[in-house]
Design a protein around this ligand. Structure first.
Ligand SMILES: [Fe+2]
Length: 339
């Protein structure tokens, strides 16, 4: 068995599926035999991202972890190999799941035990450039290098205890915080914006588009990279805050209508919004994605939009700042006694 028989239907949010223990992998059958075609898709995806012009924009935490994980560029790794590289370093364990997109409640139950699930599904060749759902390549290449790293493990450790204790409304915010940090987060490093989120890292087109936005901000004189970049980002965000929130409202509306998830609409679904709202596509809004400072307040306003169609990315001032912002929301909930 290599793939789940029933592909999810994408309506609004990605269809999430419950773990059915009777259909799940056991400790004995974690390892799968991959076809030559699957290994060749893996190799193509790996080579597409393993490009100097892209790697230089990934955060150091990821680069360090990628070296430690020792992935084979030509072959999908075994679960044993991944655990051998990860567990001794951070205590996290990898487990195979038959689920293609696990329901958050199930996911966080595993998370609480420091188990990171990787799906058995790998995108097909015609989805090399885009797949709306996280596949094995996303899980392994995007997330697992980070799981060798203390800091990332510490970040991941925060989510489950809070999620288990949270109200429904808080759970929605927690999912968004995870989405816009570990999946689609950006972080400052040596006064440069670097990619942190696994969802960006594991998609060549989205990664390249994101990197192009960094340059676009320089080209259009929105940000002067010889000065304090994060400060300028904050100033730009504050100067345009009202329009950013109007765009977020528009995104919420589209999201509720299920219009943030179709392949045809693509990454630039916000473009039509600018027009509708009469916001000119120039300066801070001149690109294809809006970069905003990482904050609970803003993130809690914007829905988790489907993989690769994110209209906004959030930039943390440093990994420590991301840590502190997450703590400010997650810790009080994790420490709360009653549900
Ligand atoms: Fe992910």
């Amino acid at each position: 068995m290599t793939t789940n028989q029933n592909p999810p239907i994408y309506t609004g949010d990605i269809a999430e599926q419950h773990i059915d223990p009777s259909k799940e992998y056991s400790a004995e059958n974690q390892e799968l035999v991959f076809s030559a075609e699957q290994n060749s898709i893996w190799a193509e995806l790996f080579a597409g991202i393993h490009q100097p012009y892209l790697l230089e924009h990934l955060c150091q935490e990821y680069i360090n972890g990628l070296a430690l994980l020792e992935l084979d560029p030509y072959k999908i790794p075994t679960v044993a190999h991944l655990n051998e590289r990860i567990t001794s370093r951070t205590g996290w364990r990898i487990e195979r799941t038959a689920i293609r997109y696990t329901l958050a409640d199930d996911w966080y139950k595993k998370f609480a035990q420091r188990i990171f699930l990787i799906t058995d599904y790998l995108r097909t060749r015609d989805q090399i450039e885009f797949t709306p759902e996280p596949d094995m390549f996303h899980d392994i290449f995007g997330h697992l290098p980070f799981l060798t790293q203390e800091f990332y493990a510490r970040i991941e450790d925060k989510f489950a205890p809070a999620y288990m204790n949270a109200t429904q409304a808080e759970r929605e915010v927690i999912k968004r915080l995870a989405w816009y940090s570990t999946e689609f987060g950006l972080v400052m490093e040596n006064n440069r914006i670097k990619v942190f989120g696994a969802g960006i890292i594991s998609g060549r087109a989205e990664l390249a588009n994101t990197v192009m936005e960094f340059y676009r901000l320089g080209r259009d004189n929105v940000i002067d990279y010889s000065k304090d970049v994060f400060k300028q980002l904050q100033e730009n965000f504050l100067a345009n805050e009202q329009d950013v929130y109007r765009i977020i409202d528009g995104v919420n509306e589209l999201h509720q209508k299920g219009q943030m998830s179709s392949g045809e609409q693509g990454w630039n679904v916000v473009r039509a919004l600018y027009e509708k709202l009469g916001i000119s596509r120039a300066g801070y809004f001149g690109g294809e994605v809006i970069l905003a400072p990482f904050s609970v307040e803003t993130i809690s306003k914007i829905p988790k939009t489907v993989y690769a169609f994110n209209p906004m990315f959030f930039v943390a001032e440093s990994l420590e700042q991301m840590d502190a912002v997450l703590d400010s929301f997650l810790k009080p909930i994790a420490l709360r006694n009653e549900k």
